[in-house]
Design a binder for this molecule. Structure first.
Ligand SMILES: [Zn+2]
Length: 433
C-alpha cells in the first residue's frame, strides 16, 4: 500500500489533494487491487494523531476500530481503484467524521458479566474479593471442585470501575495488535478478564511469536489475569509471572527484535488443594497420600506465593443455602464501594506512578500507611509468632490499607491488620511452602 501511494505521489496524481500532509493510508494491498485489513491499526492511528495526522484512508475491514475515535476523518476503502478514482475526481468518497457514542459500548459490555447476586453464600469470599478489587491485590482461591472458585473469579470483573477513555484506548491498542477488536465491540470498554487454561503455551501467555505479538499477560493489562487450576500449570509458566508481577511490564526478546508491552494486571488464581480435590474437605474423604498432596502443591513456588496477597479458602456451600431463593448483594452495590476506594487511592497517590495500594513499594509505606505504636507492636508479635518474612509483612500492611479504604477509615488500626492476616490462609498447605 505504501509503495502504491508513493507511485501516485511520484506521478503527481495526488498533488492537488490539499490534506496530503496530514493524511495516512493503511491496508494490505493485494495483487487484484483489493485492500485488506491489518492488525494494529488503532495504535498506528493514535500515534499518528499525536504527530498531527488527522485524515486516514483505512481498509473497510478495520473501520470498526476507529468508529469511536474523535477528531479524525476516516475514508473506509476496500479497493485501491477507489483511491485512484478519488484523486482523479471521478469518485466521491464520503468520509466518516462523527464518532459514535461510547456510552452504547459500555452498556453492551456490561450485559455479559457474571453478577455477584447470582452466587449463593460465600460471604467471606465476596468481602475478600471486593477488597482485592479495591486495592488490586493478587488472590489465590483454594477449595474442592465445584465450590464456586471459578464463578467467584468471573464475578470479580463486574465490580471493577469502568475503564476511563484514555485507558480504553490504551487497552484497545493491545487488542488491535493481535486483531482481537470485534466488529460488535470495537473498543475494550470493560476491564479485561483473561482466563488462561493450563494447556496454554508459554509463548501465548508471555507473547512473542514471529511478529512479537502481545500475550495473555498484556491482554489482561488494566485488570485481571485468571489462572484456573493453578497447580496444573507447568512450573516454567508460573515462574514467568514473577517479573511482570513486580515490574508491570513484559519485555519480549526474539530474533525479530525486542519489544516491551504493558502488563499491569491483578493476578487471580484458583486451585484444588490436591489431585483428587478433597484434601481437608469437611464432607468427602481425600484419596491422596500426604506425599502426593505435597507434590501437587509444590508446583506453586514460595516466591510466587509471596506475591499473592490473599489466599482464600472457598468451602462448598451447604445445600440449604444454595436452594435459598434470596439474592445476595449485587455487583452494582459492591462495585460502588470499590469505586469509592479507588477514588481515595487516586487522591492519595496523585502525582506518583502508583495506581493502587498493592503497587506501593516498601519505601512508600512509611509515607502512605503510617502505623501507630500499637499497630507496630501487634505486627512485631505476629511476625515472631508466625515467622513472617518482611515481604509478607509489607503485603499485610498494604492489604490493611485497602481494608481501611473500603470502609472509609483514615487510619489503619490493629483491626484492619488482623483482618488482612486472616486472608493469608495456609490451612490447605501441607507445610510452609
Ligand atoms: Zn486428595
Amino acid at each position: 500500500m505504501a509503495v502504491a501511494m508513493l507511485l501516485l505521489v511520484y506521478e503527481d496524481i495526488v498533488c492537488s489533494y490539499d490534506k496530503l500532509d496530514t493524511t495516512l493510508f493503511f491496508g494490505e494491498l493485494w495483487l487484484d487491487g483489493s485492500v485488506k485489513g491489518v492488525n494494529g491499526l488503532l495504535p498506528c492511528v493514535i500515534d499518528a494523531l499525536h504527530h498531527g495526522y488527522t485524515h486516514f484512508f483505512v481498509p473497510m475491514e478495520n473501520m470498526h476500530e476507529l468508529e469511536y475515535i474523535p477528531d479524525i476523518v476516516v475514508y473506509p476503502i476496500n479497493h485501491f481503484s477507489q483511491i485512484v478514482s478519488f484523486f482523479f475526481g471521478k469518485e466521491i468518497l464520503y468520509p466518516v467524521t462523527q464518532p459514535k457514542n461510547i456510552e452504547d459500548l459500555y452498556q453492551e459490555a456490561q450485559k455479559l458479566l457474571v453478577n455477584f447476586d447470582q452466587i449463593k453464600g460465600h460471604c467471606v469470599a465476596k468481602r475478600a474479593l471486593a477488597i482485592a478489587a479495591a486495592g488490586c491485590h493478587n488472590v489465590l482461591m483454594i477449595g474442592a471442585p465445584g465450590s464456586g472458585k471459578t464463578l467467584l473469579s468471573k464475578a470479580l470483573q463486574s465490580i471493577l470501575p469502568p475503564l476511563w477513555f484514555e485507558e480504553i484506548l490504551e487497552v484497545s491498542q493491545i487488542y488491535s495488535v493481535v486483531g482481537k477488536l470485534r466488529k460488535d465491540l470495537p473498543l475494550i470498554t470493560k476491564r479485561p478478564f483473561r482466563q488462561v487454561h493450563h494447556t496454554a503455551s508459554k509463548i501465548s501467555i508471555v507473547g512473542g511469536w514471529s511478529k512479537l505479538t502481545p500475550g495473555e499477560i498484556s491482554l489482561s493489562h488494566k485488570w485481571i489475569l485468571f489462572f484456573d487450576e493453578l497447580a496444573e500449570f507447568p512450573r516454567e509458566v508460573l515462574e514467568v509471572l514473577r517479573q511482570p508481577l513486580e515490574d508491570k511490564v513484559i519485555t519480549i526478546s526474539r530474533v525479530a527484535g525486542t519489544i516491551q508491552y504493558p502488563a499491569n494486571f491483578m493476578f487471580v488464581a484458583a486451585m484444588n488443594p490436591c489431585k483428587c480435590g478433597y484434601y481437608k474437605d469437611r464432607e468427602k474423604q481425600c484419596t491422596c497420600s500426604l506425599m502426593d498432596v505435597k507434590k501437587y502443591q509444590s508446583k506453586i513456588s514460595g516466591p510466587l506465593l509471596d506475591r499473592i496477597d490473599m489466599t482464600l479458602e472457598i468451602p462448598r456451600e451447604k445445600i440449604d443455602l444454595i436452594l435459598d431463593s434470596h439474592k445476595g448483594e449485587s455487583s452494582e452495590s459492591i462495585g460502588e464501594r470499590v469505586i469509592a476506594a479507588w477514588r481515595i487511592q487516586q487522591k492519595r497517590f496523585a502525582g506518583t506512578d502508583i495506581t493502587a495500594n498493592a503497587h506501593m513499594t516498601s519505601k512508600d509505606l512509611d509515607e502512605f500507611v503510617p502505623l501507630n505504636d500499637a499497630c507496630k507492636s501487634f505486627l512485631l508479635q505476629a511476625t515472631q509468632r508466625l515467622t513472617l518474612s518482611p515481604r509478607v509483612v509489607h503485603r499485610i500492611i498494604k492489604l490493611a490499607r485497602t481494608i481501611a479504604d473500603i470502609q472509609w477509615v483514615d487510619q489503619v488500626s490493629i483491626q484492619e491488620l488482623a483482618e488482612a492476616m486472616q486472608y493469608r490462609n495456609k490451612n490447605f498447605f501441607v507445610e510452609e511452602m
